[in-house]
Design a protein. Structure first.
Ligand code: SAM
Length: 315
């Protein structure tokens, strides 16, 4: 596979996200018995970063949980730009069941994920524990209800082809996850992807976590930081406001969308859980964390009426 230099930089953002998740897990922010297989780095991050990742992981998890409850597990999860995310393995340790779990990322990333899964029984065993057969290629892995595949999300023919290989069911309620992924995809490609999903699937929810309110000073600093690492932020025009975030879905054939900044998402986490993690590390002052929370958001879009009240805020 040939990659554009920007793609290399985008691929590297996964190492960063995985390092940060690993670090926060190690400090006790949340439980993840699997991320350690994918990451070796032990560098300690700032408390603000750890709390930011906590809110991110919790926010996405809250949406997934609501969806699984609503569908009683009669559903699919499709993780776009999955990186080394461990949700599949973590869910296997809960009572939640899903019909199919599909993960997509660039082949460079999925090859590393496949390799790590193949080498570790604790991971592979979660995929084939019901005597199911696991088929492996260097970049793709197929289990009875888990599929990890290398694909460029901008190439819809290839995405279609891969989803068929994963035995996707277009009629089954499906939750799409994209954690810090769409910002790297050219606006037009992203709209095409969202439109394509809206046309193909009958009932779906899309959970998107990424940057928002990028048109102020703090946003400039965040974007320059990413650009200095060589990432083209081709999708950044949708990260200007909560409105641009939701409009992108509404303009692409989705029935509706809601967005919350991470201040709101953090506030919707139970107070006992917030108190627990706030005791893990002291913050010098709350200003930086507040700025970070104001510049990330969670967007929930839905197709069809069944999932329009998948509301993460407690009121
Ligand atoms: N979602 C994971 C998480 O939160 O831990 C990884 C996040 S990482 C910041 C962004 C991921 O999106 C990378 O793994 C990158 O390879 C993937 N990605 C970005 N653009 C992509 C594209 N066009 N096709 C496939 N994957 C892409």
């Amino acid at each position: 596979h040939k990659f554009h230099p920007c793609d290399e930089a985008v691929i590297a953002t996964n190492d960063d996200a995985s390092d940060c998740k690993r670090g926060a897990v190690r400090l006790g922010y949340w439980k993840d018995d699997y991320i350690g297989f994918f990451v070796r780095n032990q560098e300690r991050k700032a408390p603000e970063i750890n709390r930011g990742y906590f809110a991110r992981v919790k926010g996405v998890e809250m949406c997934v949980e609501k969806f699984l409850k609503k569908t009683s597990g009669n559903c699919q999860i499709i993780n776009l730009g999955c990186g080394f995310d461990t949700l599949y393995f973590r869910l296997r340790d809960t009572a939640h069941k899903v019909k199919n779990f599909i993960e997509l990322d660039f082949p460079t990333v999925t090859a590393r994920k496949c390799y790590t899964i193949k080498r570790n029984k604790a991971l592979l065993g979660k995929i084939n524990d019901e005597d199911g057969e696991v088929r492996l290629s260097p970049t793709d892995l197929h289990g009875p209800n888990y599929h990890l595949m290398g694909v460029d999300l901008r190439n819809l023919d290839e995405v279609d082809n891969k989803l068929q290989q994963a035995e996707v069911d277009f009629t089954l309620p499906t939750i799409f996850l994209a954690e810090c992924v769409l910002v790297y995809i050219e606006a037009q490609n992203c709209r095409n992807l969202l439109k394509w999903i809206a046309q193909k699937f009958q009932a779906a929810v899309f959970v998107n976590y990424e940057q928002v309110n990028m048109n102020d000073r703090f946003g400039d600093v965040m974007l320059n930081n990413l650009r200095s690492r060589g990432c083209s932020l081709a999708g950044v025009e949708s990260c200007l406001s909560l409105e641009t975030q939701t409009n992108r879905f509404k303009d692409s054939g989705w029935s509706g969308a809601r967005a919350w900044d991470m201040v709101q998402v953090y506030d919707s986490i139970s107070s006992s859980e917030r108190q627990r993690i706030e005791r893990l590390e002291m913050l010098d002052e709350g200003e930086l964390l507040l700025q970070l929370f104001q510049h990330y958001c969670l967007v929930v879009a839905w197709l069809g009426v069944a999932f329009q009240d998948l509301d993460i805020t407690v009121e």
